[in-house]
Design a protein around this ligand. Sequence first.
Ligand code: TMP
Length: 229
Amino acid sequence: MAAEAARGLLVTFEGPEGSGKTTQLPLVARWLETLHFPVLCTREPGGTRVGERIRAVLHDPSFTEMAPVTEILLYSASRAQHVAEIIRPALAEGHIVLCDRYYDSTYAYQGFGRALSLDELRSITRFATGGLVPDVTLYLDLEPEVGLQRRLQGGEEMNRLDREALDFHRRVREGYWTLVRQEPQRWLVIDAQGTVAEVQARIRDALHPRLYHAANSLNRDAIEQGGRV
Ligand code: TMP
């Protein structure tokens, strides 16, 4: 569960490049809004004025000299601001917060991808977040080759991490699976292959029972009446 004071629900979206999180998240938001839930959509790195500036530095492909420790501290700095300024207040107001990436990205990319110490990453993360854990994490699983191809075909800009070698992205995917195995109760694994509508249907099916069981102060009636759309 999220921090004791939180009344809302923190749902994070994770996955490799091109897994479709960023397309799927607003569709989930729209679904929840039709059920009359207060929803807040946000993303990492970024989500705040300070964080968006940090994001620009992190993703600038010209910063090839960035040291791995600098990278992790910048992601964590963005996260600290995000938790304090956006996520905790929204949870306290009873929102369902949908967050495109959170600290599991740090474990997958910096921990497994860059082989930094997971123990150290966990303690930096605890410091940055004050221990705020997602209630539910959706993992959109896709082979890295397919995801990177999708990105290229979609004409999306390739950021500094997209440009890493395929081996790096394979380690990231393996890393996600390790994280899922370590905490199976928090994760919902979604097959990210197929059309947007197919993946969205899988997400709703998986998320629906979690809404029902986890939401304390959320709109239970709405879930019961219209949870499956
Ligand atoms: P995206 O969310 O648009 O895919 O871009 C975010 C990029 O930043 C992606 O390559 C993953 C990377 N990332 C990390 O390496 N560590 C982190 O902690 C976060 C939040 C993102």
